[in-house]
Write a protein of this length. Sequence first.
Length: 217
Amino acid sequence: MTSAASILVCFAVKEEASHFTRLADSRPGVRILLTGMGRRNAERTIAAALQERRPRLVITAGFAGALLPELTRGEVVFDVDKETGLEPGLRSAGARPVRFHCAERVVTTVEEKRALRAASGAEAVEMESGFIRSLCRKEGVPAGTVRVILDTADEDLVLDFNQLMTAEQRIDGRKLAFTVLKNPSKIPALLAFQKQSAQAAKRLGETLAQVLGFEPD
């Protein structure tokens, strides 16, 4: 069991963090940081957080897309520094070690996933963890990536979310609403995606809580 003292747990957006935030409420020594999506946001926020209060351990968590066909939706995957001591607990919780690729944009289609898998050899893709862990290595802070598969290797995302981003890599609500109004047939798929996201966040939150040594009340 890993002590939860001085642990910084990073998520890009609140939807990823939602379940863990409830489980970690009032737990001493656990800080939750919302970095925002993509490289610029992740690097800026983690750099400030490390300067403000140096943690003993950083976990970068959230959703990931599968590049390996065997990975299933809701499966927790990880890659951690040995110094974190997290691997035994993650394996016991049923999580799977993988190689991540940290992308500059959302990978939305099966074709993109196949091409990225062939080019990188990675098994899962995300957009922040690689950049966060690079800064942690420079600062000498042990870190690990723990993510949950949201979309499998053989499925497209319901929308091309890259087209809905602001310059700051945030989802533009007006663009999203306009896209949905233009494509009302997408609504059932979007509602299903929202439900899948909530289920994935729950699975991730429960796994992190178990590994960090506190079970749901």
